[in-house]
Design a protein around this ligand. Structure first.
Ligand SMILES: [Zn+2]
Length: 100
């Protein structure tokens, strides 16, 4: 699986940018593996992890996008949202391994 430069999720195109840990911290103020800015239609993936972990992180950020578009993000406790996104990310990665 390769890292795409952009993804279209429920009709909205998001740019995917792989960044160094330093750049992630500079852009978000936090040490994160991934980040999503819905307003800027931007997904950031930090590059110090394995390729598979970076793909899981992309799946996780896409799950956040789905939550925002569907309104789930607005009604879900943030901790529950993180659990949901990580669960979906790993579930879909398992599926992708089975069908590729
Ligand atoms: Zn998250």
């Amino acid at each position: 699986m390769k890292m795409p430069k952009a993804v279209t999720i429920l009709g909205r195109k998001f740019k995917v940018v792989v960044v160094s840990p330093e750049k992630m911290k500079a852009m978000t103020g936090l040490d994160l593996s991934g980040a999503m800015n819905f307003t800027k239609r931007l997904i950031l993936i930090e590059d110090s992890h394995s390729k598979e972990d970076m793909i899981v992180t992309l799946h996780h950020e896409v799950a956040h996008v789905v939550q925002f578009i569907t309104g789930l993000a607005q009604v879900t406790d943030p901790n529950m949202a993180e659990i949901w996104c990580e669960s979906m990310a790993n579930g879909f990665l398992d599926l992708h391994k089975a069908i590729r």
